[in-house]
Write a protein that binds this ligand. Sequence first.
Ligand code: SF4
Length: 245
Amino acid sequence: MIGSIPAIHLWERLTGELAMQMQFMEALTRSLANDYRSRGGEIFCSRGCSGCCNLVVNCTLTEAVAIAAVLDEGQAGEVDGYVERLRGVMQGVSDLKEYLSLHRRSTNGCPLLQGDGACGIYALRPLSCRALLSTRESSWCAADFAALSQEEKRAFVESLDREAVAFPMHYLAASRDAGTGLENRLTMVMAATFGFSIYGNMPLMVHLVRRHELPRVVVEGRGAVERLLASLGLDNPLLLQLEGG
Ligand code: SF4
C-alpha cells in the first residue's frame, strides 16, 4: 500500500495512462508519415522490416509492466535467454559505445522479434519503437556505421532530408521527439506515484517484472530495487536508470 491505495491500483492507473498515450502516438505517427509522403518523402517502415529491432530498445517501467502481462511462456523464455546473454557480456562494461556494440554483436537483438520479422507484441510495442519512422531502407536501420568507410558515411549523411530527420539519423524528428515527450510524461507520472522512476532496457525490465516481481519491489522503494538489481548482477546504470527517491 502507498497511502490508502493498494499497489495493484497504482499500477492500473499508470498502465491506463499508457493506453491513452499509445492511442495518441498511433494517430500521430500515422499523420506524420502521411504528411511526409504528401511532401514527396518516403517512409520505409512495414511489417517484417526489422532493422531497428537490432538496436537497444529502451522504455519506461510502465510499458514493461504492460508488455510482461501479455507474453506467453515461449516469449518469456526468449526474454530470459536474452537477459542471460546480456548479463554475460555486460560485466565491467561502463562505456555507452561499448554497450551498444556488444549488444549488437552478442544478444541477437530484441527477443520479441518473431521468425517472420514481425513484432511479437505489435499492439503494445514501446513508444521508442513507434517513434522510429525511417526515411531510408530498413538495411540502414541495422547498419553498423563503425564498419562503413568514410566515403559511405558521407554519402549517407548527405542523402538525408535535414529539414525532416533527427540528423544525423534517418528517422523523422517529429515522431522521435513526440515519443521522447510521452516517455518523459510516463516517467514523471511514475515518479509522482512512487517517488522515483525507472527507465531502460525493455527486455530486461520485462524479465524483472515476470520473474522477480519488480512492480511489487518498486512499492518498497528505490533501495529495495537497487538491492534486487545488485543481487542479480544487473546493477549497471547503462542498463537501467533510476531517478529520484
Ligand atoms: S518490441 Fe517489437 S518493434 Fe520493438 S524492437 Fe522488439 S520486435 Fe521490434
